[in-house]
Design a protein around this ligand. Sequence first.
Ligand code: SF4
Length: 399
Amino acid sequence: MTLVQLGIPRSLDLRDLPRAEIPGLYVHIPFCFHKCHYCDFYSITRQTEERMTRFIDLMLREAELWRDLRVKPKTIFFGGGTPSLLPLEQMRRLIEGLRNRFDFSQLNEFTVEANPATVSLEYCQMLREAGVDRLSFGAQSFNPSELSTLERHHNPDDVPRSVEIAHRARFTRLNVDLIYAIPGQDLASWSQSLERAIALNTPHLSCYGLTYEPNTPIAVKRRLGLLQPAEESLELQMLHHTRDCLAQIGKPAYEISNYATFGEECRHNLLYWNGSSYVALGPSASSHVHGTRWKNRPHLGEWEASITAGERPAVDIETLTPLQRAGELAMLQLRLSAGLNFDAFSTQTGCDARTIFADQLQRLSNLQMIEIDERGFRLTNKGLNVADAVASEFLAPSE
Ligand code: SF4
């Protein structure tokens, strides 16, 4: 058995990777105005225009360092951080530069995350002209006191204003992100935020339960007893209320936290949940290429130093064994309402899910956590309440 088969970390040699095309491109823009208290994405809050200009230069150099991989994006996602914080000319230069370095001929979705407090018509028009066709706005809540608990620096009215501007710039594919189970939030207050988001009539909504990521200010406050997290039973009520409400208006859940009108699902995120390959640019961004995954150096200065030295900034490189890959794929696909399809799974992994997960399938269906039919299996409503625990059962398939 080789080191690669054992899944032992090693250095990244692009020649070890299959030559198949890579359909996803993620671009991490690590700048924010201010650090929201629940956020553990890598970003810095003090940046100058010079640093952002230099950042784009280096981003384009990083794109060149990955050119030997056959990145032919069907989907692109600019996340962060706050991508829309890049000055207009720098954003335009970044998009054009990527277009010159990768083959965009198969592109069928290009999303940019945008901050509702700063969106302008001119900026949206530039994005649309540059080929962006989907915007995602971080609304999180329409209640000012909940926004302040999260340390979000925008006003609830910024969200409808941004959606309107996006429409004027000819965007139709829009997403609004919301967070529930915020300390102090009750079901009525969550319903009001959800209703305000529904009223915007965007084809896609993401609704996440608040998580207390280690070392974030909100997790520290919780540890110190400075805030009271929502009861688990309330959080589940909010989850099921959201699913019912959005299903009734034709935006059913297609993933645990994501809701869309048919055809408006986020294709880029589906690519993650379906175990496809993607390359990510920028500090701390994670890539996965045909079973090998890595992370980019997690700090801006280290990432800049790697690129300046002409080195790919990859660390924590790991190649999964076929069984590990199968386990991870099952775990990811359980997040989807469609669940895992036996035939597609076997084509993709070479493994028969009915065999390698025989124990799990029997046990979890006896517990009514999953439902199984001839096509595949998926979470039940009961399983949804403990989705992470159910998914983790699939991490250890049998040989
Ligand atoms: S939640 Fe978004 S805007 Fe807030 S700090 Fe994190 S990346 Fe920045």
